[in-house]
Design a binder for this molecule. Structure first.
Ligand SMILES: C[S@@+](CC[C@H](N)C(=O)[O-])C[C@H]1O[C@@H](n2cnc3c(N)ncnc32)[C@H](O)[C@@H]1O
Length: 267
């Protein structure tokens, strides 16, 4: 049973895939790193050829559509999200991929799987949304086999600093406090309370945005943002002036992955 916070997230920010898609568009179109984020995430996985994989907060399933040509045949993959609409979107997007995935509505704080039943748990940009994270981490640890790994991605505190400053400048609320509670800087201390070994890999990237509208769409996709026409005009003016002056509006990114291993023999 989900708590009120998780239900609110599922019914507002993730009621449809629109907000997530607007953010992914900006990254997909204007990122400097030629290895896209979803490709890079996939390349960090080290799982048995017949591994059982659980993804929490799978969103629209981008990890699997992007990497569809290299998913090992032997993996048994369960995709889950607390939002029914996001899970439906993942199912729809993965329909054309010629392999089977299991789908289930799951709150990460209450995972309906047996103890020690999976080799890997993926939590891609989602743990910062979870209100009782210790409970979710206890659940993740419980379902992982000894030696199994949690692959948890998140952002650094400086991620997208320019858009945050822009939002602040025009008087828009910047990020919910949830997001800053699990960052690349502080996440490992929390994970070490549940896992024997934790390492962190950074993904080097930045955005060189050459159009105004994708920045506006990104800002409008953020939680609790409802901008007036004056605020939007000021955003357009600043971004447009920078593109005219230097050729691009540049945004710093800071993201990466924690790989946390449960104690015990490697699978
Ligand atoms: C930022 S999106 C990331 C989606 C996807 N992993 C990706 O990287 O494209 C966060 C996702 O986590 C889901 N989510 C938030 N809280 C959750 C919870 N407590 N349990 C399961 N899913 C949750 C949201 O519905 C949303 O789909």
């Amino acid at each position: 049973m989900s708590d009120a916070h998780t239900r609110r997230i599922a019914e507002t920010q993730y009621r449809t895939a629109g907000n997530l898609n607007a953010r992914m568009q900006l990254h997909n179109r204007f990122s400097a790193n030629p290895t896209g984020w979803a490709q890079w995430v996939f390349e960090q996985f080290d799982m048995p050829a017949d591994g059982r994989v659980l993804e929490l907060g799978c969103g629209s399933g981008a990890l699997w559509t992007t990497n569809q040509d290299r998913i090992p045949d032997g993996w048994h993959i369960t995709l889950t999200d607390c939002s029914k609409e996001m899970l439906d979107e993942a199912r729809h997007n993965l329909d054309a991929v010629g392999r089977t995935f299991d789908y289930q509505i799951v709150d990460a704080q209450d995972i309906p799987l047996c103890d020690e039943s999976v080799d890997a748990v993926i939590a891609n940009h989602m743990l910062y949304h979870v209100s009782d994270r210790p409970r979710a981490l206890a659940e993740i640890r419980r379902v992982l086999r000894p030696g199994g790994r949690l692959y948890a991605t998140t952002n650094g505190s400086d991620h997208m600093r320019e858009t945050s400053e822009l939002m602040e400048h025009v008087g828009l609320p910047v990020m919910s406090s949830q997001v800053v509670t699990f960052t690349l800087e502080n996440g490992s201390d929390e994970l070490l309370e549940w896992f024997a070994h934790v390492e962190m890999q950074r993904y080097e990237d930045g955005l060189h945005v050459t159009e105004i509208q994708p920045v506006v769409d990104y800002i409008l996709s953020m939680p609790n943002v409802s901008a007036t026409e004056n605020q939007l005009s000021e955003i357009r003016r600043i971004v447009g002036a920078e593109i005219t002056r230097t050729g691009a509006y540049c945004i710093a990114k800071s993201s990466g992955m924690f790989i946390a291993r449960r104690e015990g023999a490697l699978p």
